[in-house]
Design a protein around this ligand. Sequence first.
Ligand SMILES: Cc1cc2nc3c(=O)[nH]c(=O)nc-3n(C[C@H](O)[C@H](O)[C@H](O)COP(=O)(O)O)c2cc1C
Length: 221
Amino acid sequence: MLLHLDASARRNSFSRLLSAEYADAWRAAHPGAGYVYRDLAARPVPHIGEAWTELCDHILEHEITDPARYPEAARTPARRAAWAIVEPLLAEVVAADVVLIGTPMYNYSIPSSLKAWLDQITFPKMSLAGRSFVVTGARGGAYGPGSPREPYDHEERYLRDFLKGHFQVEDVTFVHAELVNARLDPALAHLRERHEESLAAALAQVRAQAREEAASEEAAS
Ligand SMILES: Cc1cc2nc3c(=O)[nH]c(=O)nc-3n(C[C@H](O)[C@H](O)[C@H](O)COP(=O)(O)O)c2cc1C
């Protein structure tokens, strides 16, 4: 199953363009497989509240590592209400083979819409090992290897560290369209061509990535 998330506040968005391209190619290669789509910007998930932290504390204290046992923690009306928000989000990510995240860089990091989703679905000592994550991103500037802004990329760095460090997910691919601001900012007009190249390369990469995954799954089956 492919779980496809988008997080850009814009509808006409490059991270959405890239994630849609990946999803189309993946779905064409996996005609029978499930597909779930969530627009985290248009239909935001709420921030976690106090009852959510009580669920989390119970799970930690009782050493519950299997998400199937999390409902045991929903022991009060407030916790049951918190669990009712978590349950479908968690079920989707647990059922996914591939989690596709279309996300902009906002203020050197991920948008709060995506962070709210991550906060909802993350519990102590929870593993998502075995799943693949594909992140299609768009950013106004350039943060690639060797660029002056590379150290400021807390978007890819954060997602990579968190997925590996907390969820033991090793298979994470990032594809970025860079220098998007060159389309708008007259001071960056000279970088427009580099932006177009970055976008074309990102589109080619997402299509190739989806085809590659389909081929390696076929070889394994
Ligand atoms: C709230 C906000 C914050 C942004 N912060 C950054 C930033 O820190 N670095 C950057 O390179 N671009 C930044 N940008 C530019 C976006 O990353 C760029 O417009 C990108 O294309 C957004 O993705 P989208 O096309 O999927 O909406 C920001 C844009 C917005 C709206």
